[in-house]
Design a protein around this ligand. Structure first.
Ligand code: ADE
Ligand code: ZN
Length: 339
């Protein structure tokens, strides 16, 4: 079978990843290795059994398995190894910059110290810079199914690390846990000089996207698919240049979209939205960033211009400085000129 037409260009373009849960990059092989190293029992006999369990019909099905998988992460070395494995894989996809999410409450609630998580992830990031030249930032996500009080406590734990954090985010079970619940948490994060992002409109209604903008004052929107149901909201997102971190394979696996051929990415680009392509939880959804581009291509909904715009958007929507953005955009231009 021939390669899809855009394969070579997808591989050649340097990219940023803006929506990646580091716990969601835990591949079954590493899960087994860490289970053995830490003497933790897992309910699977082998990696094939783990992969066979990854069938989801909605977000919560996935979250239950994802939080259980994270139970093998115990030590600073584990968090280092997790991050290092992601960056090795990201380098193979020509990711040159990554702004990665982590869920500290998933770990602190199991008795793992906040500092252990931070030190392990930061050392993985330092290795990525040295080994691959990848720049990276950390975004601390609050679990929205937990209380405002728990989020405020987590933010207080993070305060001494604020210089090592790029921002805060909001993830986990969306429906029933609207952004409004975290208004005061995000206001405090802003006081600490942290950027703000939030998952909104993945399964939740357009009203949640409005709340993320109006109450959490987000700098970027994670997913945002259901914003497409509200034309005035789409116009607002477009005119404000709000970046959306879209995750096509995740959307398919979690039944946010029925069919990749009907994914909203083309409509988002046509509406002038700063849409980007990301992997979300690649170990669970069957692919890293390039796999996501290939899936769009295979479904017949990725044009060459669309691909280039999406990749440019990954830097435009990042939290890099203007100088860094223009450096990366020029690198993209060089690849296009040679293509
Ligand atoms: N945590 C990890 N992946 C997530 C997703 N796609 N939505 C909400 N929370 C998440
Ligand atoms: Zn996500």
């Amino acid at each position: 079978m021939n390669d899809p037409p855009l394969s070579a260009l997808i591989a050649a373009l340097p990219k940023a990843e803006l929506h990646l849960h580091i716990e969601g990059s835990l591949e079954p092989e590493l899960m087994f290795a860490l289970a053995q190293r830490n003497n933790v029992a897992i309910p699977y006999a082998n990696v094939e059994e783990v992969r066979a369990a990854y069938h989801f019909s909605r977000l919560q099905d996935f979250l239950d398995i994802y939080y259980a998988g994270a139970n093998v992460l115990r030590t600073q070395q584990d968090f280092h190894d997790l991050a290092a494995a992601y960056f090795d894989r990201a380098a193979a996809d020509n990711i040159v910059h990554a702004e990665i999410f982590f869920d500290p409450q998933t770990h602190t609630d199991r008795g793992i110290a906040f500092d252990v998580v931070m030190r392990g992830l930061l050392s993985g990031m330092a290795e990525a810079r040295e080994k691959h030249g990848i720049s990276a930032g950390l975004i601390l996500c609050f679990l929205r199914h937990l209380s405002e009080e728990a989020a405020l406590e987590t933010l207080a734990q993070a305060e001494p690390w604020a210089d090592h954090l790029m921002g805060v985010g909001l993830d986990s079970s969306e429906v029933g846990h609207p952004p409004a619940k975290f208004t005061r948490v995000f206001a405090r994060a802003a006081q600490l000089g942290l950027r703000r992002v939030a998952h909104a409109g993945e399964e939740g209604p357009p009203a949640y996207v409005h709340e993320a903008l109006d109450l959490l004052h987000v700098d970027r929107l994670d997913h945002g698919n259901r914003a497409m149901e509200d034309p005035a909201l789409v116009a607002r997102l477009a005119s404000s240049g709000m970046a959306l971190t879209v995750c096509p394979l995740s959307n398919l696996k979690l039944c946010v979209v029925e069919d990749m051929a009907r994914h909203p990415i083309p409509a988002m680009l046509s509406a002038g939205l700063v849409a980007t392509v990301n992997s979300d939880d690649p170990a669970y959804f069957g692919g890293y960033v390039n796999d996501n581009f290939h899936a769009l291509d295979k479904a017949g909904i990725l044009t060459r211009d669309g691909l280039i715009q999406l990749v440019r958007n990954s830097f435009i929507g990042s939290f890099l400085s203007d100088e860094e953005k223009s450096h990366h955009l020029k690198e993209i231009d060089k690849i296009i000129d040679d293509d």
